[in-house]
Design a protein around this ligand. Structure first.
Ligand SMILES: [Zn+2]
Length: 144
């Protein structure tokens, strides 16, 4: 099932594996939280709403392929963002290795105006099992 793209952007997904729902929702890890914060740091339409949502977001699923991709659910009452649009946020993260070589892309997806997933698109096979340190993530964008 794909995420409908916002007009003018292309929705990409991390991999073809399915999402496995967690038996118990969990909080974002410090690294996940730092990456989400970084992707929402620039100002764009909906950024303030998404920042408010990120403080009320839990992890409800993970990718079955072993990559760090996670499904998110906003649990509080933060307002919807981006006119209830669905698609990737305008800034994506570029993960680099210790030598500064790009090794993956990180995309934050919104569905109906709410944070929905944080996806890792690996350039390496097999993909890493964990997120890069936030310090190794730089921003690319705005992409639309
Ligand atoms: Zn995966």
């Amino acid at each position: 099932m794909g995420v409908p793209p916002i007009a003018g952007s292309v929705a990409r997904t991390a991999c073809q594996a399915g999402i496995v729902r967690l038996s118990e929702p969990r909080s974002l890890s410090p690294t996940e939280s730092a990456i989400v914060d970084a992707l929402l740091a620039p100002d764009f339409d909906g950024a303030s709403e998404l920042r408010a949502q990120s403080a009320q977001t839990q992890v409800v699923g993970r990718c079955d392929c072993g990559c760090p991709t996670i499904d998110l659910a906003v649990t509080g009452n933060a307002p919807a963002a981006m006119h209830n649009a669905s698609g990737p946020t305008p800034f994506e993260g570029i993960a680099s290795d210790a030598q500064g070589q790009p090794i993956g892309d990180i995309l934050l997806f919104v569905v109906d105006g709410y944070l929905s997933s944080l996806e890792y698109v690996s350039h390496a096979e097999p993909p890493p099992s964990d997120w890069p340190a936030a310090a190794r993530v730089s921003l690319l964008g705005p992409l639309r």
